[in-house]
Write a new protein. Structure first.
Length: 278
């Protein structure tokens, strides 16, 4: 079951370090601040900070601090997996006995993280997705054996700032998670592009075709969210025997159609996630 923390972060104790303030890191940072985490509790490590990140430093967020650092309550690693080897060693100074590390790097395993961090570090590997930018993401998380119950809850609270949270106990599932929900928004955006292109090919003006594709996807996603019916039933409700939708679905659900293409696509993304593990 997906969970969304109803509690704010106003009772978060100690300090938090965010490593990487790209799109996902910034979405998380905005969510934490909106949920009551104080700017003074946050340190951001980002070699190329945006104007927005720099502006937060004027509110009290520490940006790229120099000198010695004390252990913190939590570290969130929001960097590209290719940067992990050089980014992890400097984090040792922030890790104490009770420090939680949450990594949202694609592909990088808990074992990889454990080799680069002090022994006994409590680690959560998570995979969010880009709807996090509007607080509608979904993250899947898995923890190592060194995590305490309180730290697991802390990780849930931090991830819930950007959407719903699912936990799994088997880390091998994370590659498929990355392929399905982590990369999934791109598939939906491609669908919007393709629908608009097909509409243009059918004779619609480009601007109208784009609006129709966009609003159809937005409205249908909202219906799926609000309805008690599953996706298959909602699809069937649109489809009259012998009608226009049925004619289209004969193509989309036929040989070489949606199921086959998406199965191949998600398998390819799953393989790539495993390759990124090194």
């Amino acid at each position: 079951m997906a969970i969304r923390s109803a509690r704010t972060l106003s009772k978060f104790r100690g300090n938090l370090v965010l490593v990487g303030a790209g799109k996902m890191g910034t979405a998380m940072l905005d969510g934490w601040l909106a949920r009551g985490l104080k700017p003074q509790q946050i340190t951001v490590i980002e070699p190329q900070p945006t104007k927005g990140t720099k502006a937060l430093s004027r509110r009290g967020v520490r940006l790229n601090p120099k000198g010695k650092s004390a252990p913190v309550s939590a570290i969130v690693l929001a960097i590209k997996p290719q940067s992990a080897s050089e980014a992890l060693p400097p984090l040792a100074k922030y890790i104490g006995k009770g420090t939680l590390l949450v990594s949202i790097m694609a592909g990088r395993t808990i074992a990889f993280l454990e080799k680069s961090l002090p022994a006994g570090a409590a680690i959560v590997r998570a995979m969010p997705n880009t709807p996090a930018a509007i607080g509608r993401g979904i993250s899947v998380a898995v923890a190592n054996t060194d995590i305490a119950t309180s730290q697991r809850k802390q990780a849930s609270d931090l991830l819930a700032a950007i959407g719903k949270v699912e936990w799994v106990s088997n880390e091998t599932l994370m590659d498929a998670v990355t392929a399905l929900s982590g990369s999934g928004p791109a598939y939906l955006f491609l669908l919007a592009e393709s629908m608009a292109s097909a509409g243009i090919a059918a004779g619609l003006p480009p601007a109208l075709a784009t609006r129709l594709a966009r609003e159809t996807i937005i409205g249908s996603a909202d219906l799926l969210d609000r309805s008690d019916l599953d996706a298959a039933t909602l699809r069937e409700n649109v489809t009259s025997p012998g009608g226009t939708t049925a004619a289209a679905l004969d193509i989309l659900m036929g040989p070489g159609g949606f199921d086959e293409i998406l199965t191949r696509a998600i398998a390819a993304a799953t393989r790539r996630s495993r390759e990124l593990a090194g």
